[in-house]
Design a protein around this ligand. Sequence first.
Ligand code: SAH
Length: 210
Amino acid sequence: MVERNLRRRGIRDERVLEAMARVPRHVFVRPEHRAVAYADMPLPTRDGQTISQPYIVALMTEALRVKEGARIFEIGTGSGYQTAVLAALGASVWSVEASADLHREAAARLQEMGYAGIHLACGDGTLGWPEAAPFDGILATGSLPARPQDLLRQIRPGGVFVGPIGGLREQRLVRIEVDPTNAVEETLCACSFVPLVGRDGWHQPADQEG
Ligand code: SAH
């Protein structure tokens, strides 16, 4: 997976490649998907949610430039795969999942696997985690309709936000570097993520696009 889907497609950060080689993705997918766990595609978790494709996980993780000991906030724990990749890089991770079932499953899985420095909660991740802020990086693993201004305030100067911003079906994966006076935004690629539903996410059903 690392050689064929990640390095060959342009992921260069050796620490990210090495962390993704170490985290067993098959443990995070549903039993019926184990055989394709290392193929480069998103897979369903439950309730219409997904675990992102490995290339996108690698691209987002690389864009965060995670240093050993960094404090990272993730919105959308899902299966816990991305959380584990961040922990494998030596980060302390705060991650929030809206679905109680997914939250419970991911918490049990990550604890059983023995990862340290992971703090999980069930709720609306678009609110951030003010008690643990400021973060070195924030990662949204579902889409947002607009730049999340309140979340950006939970990032320390020089820190980074990475996530998909745009419409319900298509978004731009953006990297925003936050500095004291402004925010520098860069588009990494076009993408299509499941929506984040919450205060600074989508408000269903009113937000449905025509
Ligand atoms: N990072 C996950 C992929 C998550 S997909 C992984 O590696 O498996 C996006 C997730 O965001 C879904 O599980 C969905 O339930 C969750 N979600 C949706 N809205 C949310 C919100 N406001 N706060 C936290 N999680 C949310």
